[in-house]
Design a binder for this molecule. Structure first.
Ligand code: E4P
Length: 217
């Protein structure tokens, strides 16, 4: 499973990237706002650090303007994935931009039928939002499962990018179902390393070695 970092914070992306944990990055307008950076500048900086796909989202709502914005974003670097919303206009933009050889990430997907349309429009990635479905008491994992089945039934090559990941269980379940990629905030990726029994075991080992008075260095 590929790991994308859902962030526009350079330090956090760089830290995870140095550890080999980053196969790509996703940003969105809210993350750009949080970073207080210019969208073009910060995206360029991210692309200079990470070699995998870096999603940058259009902000227009009409297909023609989305396409123009997408073309501008694609010039930032070779590894840009243009992110478009799952609207009818977004699908039109997806078809044109992917036809021009760009990676396209279709975002804000909340149903399997939407995912089917995105695949037919040539999307490189489909981003089903798990956490936001959970927020309204709909199991986001069912959506990932449905899309996996449908894409496999027909051999669609669009990659399932599990998004809006909020918990370690979202990561585990997405991996079990076979999502191709998951994107999560840096804190969620780091928390995958945590286990109370690891902490407890380590504390016991350290206490025991201290009793021996030995030191390695
Ligand atoms: C990723 O592409 C999405 O923008 C992101 O995962 C949304 O996450 P949120 O629902 O926690 O804002």
């Amino acid at each position: 499973m590929k790991f994308f970092v859902d962030s526009a914070e350079i330090d956090q992306i760089a830290e995870l990237n140095d550890l080999g944990m980053v196969d790509g990055v996703t940003t969105n307008p809210s993350l750009i706002m949080k970073s207080s950076r210019d969208i073009i500048e910060v995206t360029k900086e991210i692309c200079s650090i990470v070699s995998g796909p870096v999603s940058a989202e259009v902000t227009a709502t009409e297909a023609e303007t989305m396409i123009a914005e997408g073309r501008k974003l694609s010039k930032i670097a070779d590894n840009i994935a243009i992110k478009v919303p799952l609207t009818w206009d977004g699908l039109k933009a997806c078809k044109v931009l992917s036809g021009e050889g760009n990676m396209v990430n279709v975002t804000l997907c909340f149903s399997a039928n939407q995912a089917l349309l995105a695949a037919k429009a040539g999307a490189t990635f489909i981003s089903p939002f798990i956490g936001r479905l959970d927020d309204i008491n709909i199991d986001g994992m069912d959506l990932i499962e449905d899309i996996r089945v449908i894409y496999d039934n027909y051999g669609f090559e669009t990659q399932i990018l599990a998004a809006s990941i909020r918990t370690v269980n979202h990561v585990l379940e997405s991996a079990r179902i076979g999502a191709d990629v998951m994107t999560a905030p840096p804190a969620v990726i780091k928390s995958l390393a945590s286990h109370p029994l690891t902490d407890k075991g380590l504390a016991a080992f350290l206490a025991d070695i201290e009793k021996t008075g030995q030191k390695i260095l």
